[in-house]
Design a protein around this ligand. Structure first.
Ligand SMILES: [Zn+2]
Length: 291
């Protein structure tokens, strides 16, 4: 009897250990399936397929669709954010986010955004496999898939980050924003040659937590060797006082030469990079729960 129980405990322990490590190969496979849809700029048939893909991945998770219309240099555009919530025992939420659409001005060059919009979407879909099916011990974890991150004409405060600007304002109005302990946007995190910059517009203590999380697996050299000032989906949250971090590698190919080109394809990204970022995010959640 005791021996049986002990064997059972061992089995449980090893099962836990295997689910605790982030599966970057599976995240890469989700990315591959998602990116195979092709270009998915706002209003395109590919975008409708991308929406259907996300709905299918989260069919059992009560996925919220947030539909809204924004004025853009290409006229009024209907957009769709998606939100999924994994409840925790602690009051408050950690938000992990990505954008999922591809760049509108590049709609005629078969731009598929394997890294830009693809990699972080695949990573979050795999992250959900770590979070669903139980009440989390710490804070709730919410995932947001933003639409309309890219500019329609040329990047500016008013022509970019449509989805995050919409949601941050909405969540401020309904009081949701107050519940967010940390907001982390992941963007272009699949590059085989991973070097995530330290963003001076992000909340510095949150970056320090993320750096500490990366060090747990010996991955700190992939983070914050260079300093930048990023404009991304975190800014509408930063401006409203939410602790926020932009985890982005805007050094994609030699002198960022793959960025926003038809070269942003699956062969440029790796399971290893997704594993590094995924493990770092799992550890970041653990550290934030201790604060
Ligand atoms: Zn982009």
């Amino acid at each position: 009897m005791y021996r049986c129980l002990f064997a059972l405990l061992l089995m449980c322990a090893s099962a836990n250990a295997s689910t605790d490590a982030f599966n970057g190969a599976r995240a890469l496979e989700y990315t591959r399936q998602f990116v195979s849809i092709g270009p998915r700029w706002v209003g395109s048939p590919g975008h409708a397929k991308a929406e259907a893909f996300l709905k299918k991945q989260f069919a059992k998770d009560n996925l919220e669709e947030d539909t809204f219309t924004m004025d853009t240099p290409a006229g009024p555009q209907q957009m769709h954010n998606f939100i999924v919530r994994f409840p925790g025992k602690k009051d408050g939420a950690i938000v992990l986010a990505s954008h999922y659409e591809t760049n509108y001005p590049l709609r005629n060059i078969n731009f598929i955004g394997a890294n830009d919009g693809g990699s972080s979407t695949g990573l979050l879909i795999e992250m959900a496999n770590h979070l669903r099916g139980r009440t989390l011990d710490g804070y709730s974890v919410w995932m947001v898939f933003f639409d309309g991150e890219e500019a329609f004409k040329e990047w500016s405060d008013s022509d970019s980050t449509y989805g995050s600007r919409h949601l941050a304002a909405k969540w401020q109005n309904d009081g949701t924003l107050k519940r967010i302990k940390a907001f982390i946007i992941l963007d272009m995190i699949g590059d085989k040659d991973l070097d995530i910059q330290r963003d001076s517009n992000s909340t510095q203590w949150l970056l320090d937590v993320i750096k500490r999380a990366a060090a747990k697996n010996g991955d700190q050299s992939y983070f914050f060797q260079e300093q930048t000032a990023d404009s991304d989906d975190h800014l509408p949250f930063v401006r409203r006082g939410v602790p926020s971090a932009d985890i982005i590698d805007l050094n994609y190919g030699y002198q960022n030469s793959y960025w926003h080109t038809a070269q942003d394809t699956m062969d440029k990204i790796s399971a290893k990079s997704l594993t590094i970022v995924g493990n770092t995010m799992l550890e970041t959640i653990r550290l934030l729960n201790q604060r």
